[in-house]
Design a protein around this ligand. Sequence first.
Ligand SMILES: *Cc1c(COP(=O)(O)O)cnc(C)c1O
Length: 351
Amino acid sequence: MVDLRSTKPAVDLRSDTVTRPSAGMRQAMASAEVGDDVFADDPTVNALEARVAGLFGHEAALFAPSGSMANQIALQLVTPRAGELLAGADAHVVTYELGAAGAIGGISTRTWPAVGASLDVGQIASMIRPQGYPSLPTRAIAVEQTHNLGGGTVIPLATLRTLREISDKSGLLMHCDGARIWHAHVADGVPLHEYGALFDTLSVCLSKGLGAPVGSLVVGSAARIAEARVIRKRMGGGMRQVGILAAAGDYALTHNVSRLAEDHARARRLAEALSKFNVVNPEEVRTNLVPIDLTGTSIDAPTLAAEAAKRDVHVAAMLPHLVRVVFHLDVDDNGLDQATTVLTEILDQSR
Ligand SMILES: *Cc1c(COP(=O)(O)O)cnc(C)c1O
């Protein structure tokens, strides 16, 4: 028997990391000038680092093989060994980097409860412990913009400014996990340098929504990035003729930032279509992620993901009750329609 559904191309909404380099991006990669980047001799890498540093109004930046490595390098820059870092309980640096802060950086993390969209600045302030003996002093704070498990939510600039004032009073440094900071910039119209001004270090990712195959950067002062270069090498992240990858990142920055608005609009349209099932609030869908909370339905996240996959729509089961749908540059309106149809039918049967 012929299964007609199998002739439809699959729609992959598990993550925005699943994108494939476009023809134009591959062209840019093929023609990139390269050198040995461990010697800082790769002109394409150097140009990308200068470009990204400039975007955030910082002195320097360093190319890294993954967002996790960029974050972990930055955490070592802002938190001394055995120092305490405050972060959200479901932050990527705590949850999805597999204990690297402790295992590699010797950093002690203490977390504030996951509160989804919002950031309770008062609560964070109350957690800061003073410098000096005998309690472990807090040294730095890490926030995530946009917030992945929060559903792609954007922390308002005013909230970040208040947090910065509090950190300054206590002499703390601040890191931003900006894997999707491009999405916050497009959603809120906040210039990247405004974000840059609030943080001592940032990590930004080229291989998420921007569509490059590999690459993240750590951004900071010249002195910190010089130290970052040493830490990167120590962690095995020194790469050689990596201008081939930096060229993809440069292409992504030129072509794929403003178009993120399309992904945000598609995410909102899906959320609106599914809102009748009370599984998502479309007002809270500001960027490319759609969190589907199945509490109160008769289906769980792994089952929904498996059912949708049978019909060529791939979504991620993040928690037993939470599915994440992610829009990106390889999903067009046809993909949105297919996802809407399939998810609507599954949820209709699960009320
Ligand atoms: C994806 C992601 C990263 C980086 O992940 P890698 O897979 O290591 O590149 C960091 N922070 C957040 C919030 C992310 O979503």
